[in-house]
Design a protein. Structure first.
Length: 472
């Protein structure tokens, strides 16, 4: 009995201590770990076959015409002339469901620490014969980085203060960070850059209005194009790996009174080949080569927001920007006696405009905020050809080696996309109509500057998609 009198308070104290620790851990996690994500479904109709990825949700452009026979032959064969790419498709899937966690609020002396991990589902599903339906979606890493920040740093003028943030890991490419307001998975690509890459990035906010950004980047998921061992075009990180030179970005942002102006340039230097060949006395001998191509791509971004209205615009002059999901690439301009090759980039002008208007609607008695937004997107791409003439070893007026991940007979492309987005609390319902039209030249007639000027014709795809999304 006497023991019980001593044990009961001790057990109560122990239970209280455990509860206190449990509450402390719970408070710590809630304060520093911020989970987020969404469940998203797309229902998509396309009027014709298109170049696309990620379950055919990530739409690039409609395929060129693929006629089953030449014009006039149907009268001899008795078979109707058909464009085999003029086939409509439909799909619906929740492939892009996403989860992530932000880690915030840690500090040591004057240094702030943070991190992000973000993942979603990717690929595994397609309607294309050469990308057959697998029925399995892969879970992939989107972003994973840590941050270090230093605030209230004195500036030379003695009046203003600076803040410096360092990001180390995989996150949005600085040229792709400003995305347009559409519900489509491609987020305006290929009319604007779309890329997440491993990098070391510094953002220095100098006073109230100016931010200087510099970044050194590597390639992982979004890679440069180049020759394979068979000579065909492939996209791989090998080309930057052998160059041993990180991609470099430098940009300046000015922000004030709802306006944001951002300008910058990206420099990339890669090695398309490591092994070439020379012919000596009728024998072909493999040799090491130091092939390299260096390119620069500047861009300009403008944004204005006020109340329920916002407008964004971006334009980029790209050289070999295919690693940013732009319509680009490069080709061979010379083949030297020592086995090395020289290169020249494909250039393109890519621009987009995005306008959003809308705000709260309806009664709010149920405490679920409601908002209806109207969105209009417009994009345009012009193929400007290569910087210098391409190599023509066959002397037939057409290049021997041109590397691009998509159709090399595309001259220009435009897209128009109106959208309605209805939000009720954490639930969103979006309806989007996307018309994409491409001017192709005849395949195989590309001139020595990478432009097809023969038999110009337009090909158009109409895409209608419904999106449901629940954010958490």
């Amino acid at each position: 009995m006497l023991c019980s009198l001593f044990l009961v308070p001790a057990m109560a104290q122990e239970a209280s201590s455990k509860q206190t620790k449990k509450e402390a851990v719970k408070s710590h996690l809630k304060q520093h770990f911020k989970p987020y994500g969404f469940v998203r479904n797309y229902f998509v109709f396309d009027s014709r076959e298109s170049m696309s990825g990620t379950g055919d949700l990530y739409n690039y452009q409609p395929y060129d015409e693929a006629w089953n026979q030449a014009e006039g032959e149907q009268y001899m064969t008795g078979v109707a002339r058909q464009d085999l790419n003029a086939v409509s498709t439909f799909r619906f899937l929740s492939l892009t469901t996403r989860v992530g966690v932000n880690i915030v609020g840690y500090k040591w002396r004057n240094t702030e620490f943070g991190a992000k991990i973000e993942a979603d589902f990717y690929t595994g599903l397609s309607t294309k014969v050469y990308h057959p339906v697998s029925g399995v979606a892969q879970f992939r890493l989107r972003q994973a980085y840590l941050t270090l920040g230093w605030d209230s740093l004195p500036m030379l003028n003695g009046k203003d203060y600076a803040r410096v943030d360092l990001t180390i890991g995989q996150t949005w490419h600085p040229m792709a960070a400003d995305l347009c307001d559409v519900i489509s998975l491609a987020s305006g690509a290929p009319f604007g850059p779309f890329n997440r890459s491993p990098q070391v990035k510094m953002d220095a906010r100098l006073g109230k209005y100016v931010t200087l950004t510099g970044s050194l980047l590597w390639q992982m998921q979004y890679c440069s194009v180049g020759p394979s061992t068979t000579g065909a075009s492939i996209q791989a990180a090998d080309f930057i790996m052998y160059s041993k030179t990180p991609e470099a970005y430098l940009g300046l942002s000015v922000h004030t009174n709802g306006f944001l102006l951002r300008a910058g340039a990206d420099v990339l230097s890669i090695k398309p080949r490591q092994i070439g060949s020379v012919t000596v006395g009728g024998n072909t001998i493999s040799v090491s080569v130091k092939d390299r191509i260096t390119t620069a791509s500047p861009f300009l971004y403008l944004q204005y927001k006020k109340g329920e209205f916002s407008i964004k615009a971006k334009t980029i002059f790209s050289e070999a920007g295919e690693h940013m999901n732009l319509n680009s690439g490069y080709g061979v301009k010379a083949k030297n006696a020592d086995g090395s090759w020289e290169y020249t980039p494909l250039r393109a002008s890519s621009s987009w405009l995005s306008i959003v208007y809308g705000g709260k609607i309806g009664a709010q008695e149920d405490k679920h905020s409601q908002k209806l937004q109207g969105i209009l997107f417009a994009g345009y791409i012009e193929n400007l050809g290569t910087k210098e003439a391409l190599y023509d070893g066959n002397h037939d007026g057409h290049p021997d080696d041109l590397y691009t991940p998509r159709a090399n007979n595309m001259n220009r492309m435009w897209r128009l996309s109106p959208t309605l987005l209805y939000t009720i609390g954490k639930f969103q319902l979006g309806l989007e109509y996307e018309i994409t039209s491409v001017q192709y030249g005849q395949a195989g007639t590309t001139n020595l500057y990478g432009i097809a000027k023969t038999n110009l014709h337009w090909v158009t795809n109409h895409r209608v998609q419904l999106m449901t999304k629940y954010n958490f």
